[in-house]
Ligand binder design. Structure first.
Ligand SMILES: *Cc1c(COP(=O)(O)O)cnc(C)c1O
Length: 434
């Protein structure tokens, strides 16, 4: 399949170029040239499919011309080797737990799939590939973990020294093997600047091939459509209309939901829920897109003032706010509301929400209150509460259990390479270690 740029539908590139370039040369985001409905047969048998078999059916149309089916099947089986349970909270509210992957984040789905696909696409290349990721804490660990032990690929992950939480630091610095944590004496912006400079450095490019794996990559997006289908597969009652609430920052997750809807997922409405960084809800309300500097909140993986996937949201709806409104309803919430929701859900259902998930829960609640029909709602549980212990634990009178895979990583020794924020230091490190 070919992929076009959201800035120019005529600019089409191969899968390999779309994945390795990340961003189109004209600054647009890549979109699959066709998103087809899956056959009725798929939806008839959906309940009997395992998550892996279902996922294979979902991604096949996008990749079948470029990746042998057997390889694609292996990529799915290897990347999606954990469960995705739909947990019922009330008669009509469900949570889709997306945190059972290695880093306790839904970002594991996209990162693990992309890593294996990239390895396949690079199979004939003599030059190794170095992935550079700058992280302010959260996203880096899913990417690094996704590429762990993947053949032919090294990852250098840059994080600002002493500016991330202990859990986040441990998740980045204890992987070993082909993953190196570079602890930069500076800020997150310094880390990003170093990475950008490396991408533009032609002298460096002669020696090593560097690329990014950030969330705009189309290879991270498509596999996320799978769990929307699997949520539906697990619903007992398939007659009642379904709405799905997505706690959002860059809106990649929601775009993957739109893809699933185009493939035939019978969802009557999505809810795009944000914290006070409410750029998209504001757009849905007023028709005006008004990016702003991001504001700090307790759901910080969603602190985005200029959502990168907005271009894809526009593309899917012909830049027509009315069309977009027919698919997504916007809502936004403060930190206080988020804290109250965590307390409320714990008291009522003995179920612990993370700060991001609580925003999704609030969005669903608000929607259900304003649309008192017989519908059922699912909110996406994008992270495990143990990941954001500092914000969640003080609200509860019961200790949050740390999952063993996180506990194990906390007990390991931190290993990082301390570097200044000067580009020449970073460059000489890359040249001597690739
Ligand atoms: C990244 C992230 C989000 C936001 O996802 P987008 O695809 O950027 O909208 C939500 N919750 C958590 C826990 C995240 O890490």
């Amino acid at each position: 399949m070919k992929f076009y740029s959201t800035n120019n539908k005529k600019l089409r590139v191969s899968l390999k170029d779309a994945v390795l370039m990340g961003l189109a040369r004209d600054g647009g985001l890549f979109m699959p040239e066709k998103i087809s409905r899956l056959p009725a047969r798929f939806f008839k048998t959906i309940e009997r499919l395992s998550f892996q078999d279902l996922s294979y059916q979902v991604v096949k149309p996008f990749f079948k011309r470029d990746v042998p089916l057997k390889t694609l099947k292996n990529i799915i089986n290897d990347a999606f080797n954990f469960t995705v349970p739909l947990v019922q909270l009330t008669d009509h509210i469900y949570s889709l737990e997306l945190f059972h992957g290695p880093t306790l984040s839904f970002k594991d789905f996209g990162a693990r799939f992309m890593a294996r696909l990239t390895s396949y696409l690079m199979r004939n290349s003599k030059q190794g590939l170095t992935i550079l990721v700058a992280t302010s804490g959260d996203t880096g660990s899913a990417v690094a973990n996704g590429f762990l032990n993947v053949e032919g690929i090294c990852v250098s992950i840059l994080y600002p020294s002493k500016k991330i939480t202990e859990i986040q630091e441990k998740q980045i610095t204890t992987l070993g093997n082909n993953i190196t944590a570079l602890e930069i004496q500076g800020t997150f912006d310094d880390c990003q600047k170093l990475v950008k400079q490396a991408f533009l450095d032609e002298e460096l490019a002669k020696e090593i091939r560097v690329t990014s794996a950030n969330s705009i990559n189309v290879a991270r997006l498509i596999p996320q459509s799978c769990y929307y289908m699997y949520a539906y597969a697990q619903l007992k009652n398939k007659q009642r209309p379904v709405v799905i609430s997505v706690p959002s920052g860059n809106f990649g997750n929601l775009v993957a939901g739109f893809f699933a809807q185009k493939m035939g997922l019978p969802v009557s409405q999505f809810i795009g829920a944000t914290n006070i960084n409410n750029i998209v809800p504001h757009y849905l309300e007023t028709g005006k897109f008004r990016p702003l500097p991001s504001k700090k909140t307790i759901s910080n993986a969603m602190d985005v003032g200029n959502p990168s996937n907005f271009a894809r949201m526009l593309d899917l709806h012909d830049s027509d706010v009315k069309k977009m409104r027919s698919h997504v309803w916007g809502a936004h919430f403060s930190d206080d509301q988020t804290r109250e929701a965590i307390v409320e859900v714990f008291q009522n259902y003995n179920y612990v929400l993370d700060t991001h998930v609580a925003v999704g829960y609030l969005g669903l609640q608000e929607y259900l209150n304003k649309h008192p029909r017989s519908i059922q709602g699912i909110f996406l549980e994008t992270a495990h509460p143990a990941k954001f212990l500092d914000s969640v634990q003080p609200l509860l009178d019961q200790k949050i259990t740390i999952p063993p895979r996180l506990q194990k990583c906390l007990e390991k020794q931190k290993q990082s390479v301390l570097l200044s924020n000067n580009y020449p230091d970073f460059k000489s490190y890359l040249l001597s270690h690739s």
